[in-house]
Design a protein around this ligand. Structure first.
Ligand code: PGA
Length: 260
């Protein structure tokens, strides 16, 4: 069955009032009623546990936006993977371009985080993608492979079992410039083939999400693409009504696709 995994990434947005209102509406609409879509929400760290209490007996999952490379100790301001697990987190986003840009996150750190998350039996969502300049120079595929290889160079490809890769062209994130769905499909297909060249089973099972200015108006362009298995959505997920409508579109399209 073809499914669609949608993650709402709140980034540095929201408060307790929004959280309560948003999650109550989402629960009312979708709790256990979605057959073809899975949902997760990634609020800021401070709201994770509150969110968990709202969704713990539902079909909605909890995601974190980041994690530290250390497991404990004198690292003021950081949050460990065991803490995330402790408060009910299932998925952890790593390598987001905003972390690379504003927090000097590098691939050694991202690779360490990936392995740590797996060691704690949580699911990493590895963000990869090229800059506008790199796209102009036709380097998209090379950049994606390099970013994946950073994880693979210290680990076997099996580390990608039960993991998610989110292809997020940096120029499309938060910019309103959505990538062409056919081009995204090509990149996703390339990524899957690359992984398949090492291990076919891992490639078949891996979830490949797209992220970058996905919204209620453009989601339909992506839904029937073979290698797009879901979305990482920022801005458009902050308006509850839009988010609901977007998820409904995904559910409807997936149910049609699964008939054939
Ligand atoms: P956006 O963010 O939907 O606001 O472009 C996507 C992301 O950063 O994951």
């Amino acid at each position: 069955m073809k499914k669609c995994f949608i993650i709402s990434n709140w980034k540095l947005n929201g408060d307790l009032v929004f959280l309560k209102k948003n999650i109550n509406i989402i629960k009312k609409e979708f709790n256990f009623s979605l057959k073809f879509c899975d949902l997760a929400i990634a609020p800021p760290y401070v709201y994770l546990h509150t969110m968990y209490n709202y969704i713990k007996n539902t079909s909605i999952h909890l995601a974190a936006q980041n994690v530290d490379i250390h497991t404990q100790g004198a690292f003021t301001g950081e949050i460990s993977v065991s803490m995330l697990k402790d408060v009910g987190v299932k998925y952890v986003i790593i390598g987001h371009s905003e972390r690379k840009l504003f927090h000097n996150e590098n691939y050694d750190n991202i690779s360490t985080k990936f392995v740590l998350i797996k060691n704690f039996n949580l699911i990493p969502i590895l963000c990869i993608g090229e800059t506008e300049e790199e796209k102009k120079q036709n380097k998209t595929e090379k950049i994606c492979v390099n970013q994946i290889n950073y994880i693979l160079k210290t680990q076997g490809v099996e580390i990608l079992n039960n993991a998610i890769i989110a292809y997020e062209p940096i120029w499309a994130i938060g910019s309103g410039k959505v990538a062409d769905a056919n081009e995204v499909q090509k990149v996703h297909s390339f990524i899957r083939k690359y992984i398949a060249s090492i291990n076919q089973k891992v490639a078949t099972n891996i979830i490949l999400q797209y992220g970058g200015s996905v919204n209620n108006n453009n989601i339909n362009n992506f839904l029937d693409k073979k290698d797009i298995n879901g979305f990482l959505i920022g801005k458009a997920s902050l308006t509850t009504e839009n988010f609901i409508s977007l998820v409904k579109k995904a559910e409807k399209k997936m149910s049609l696709l699964n008939r054939f």
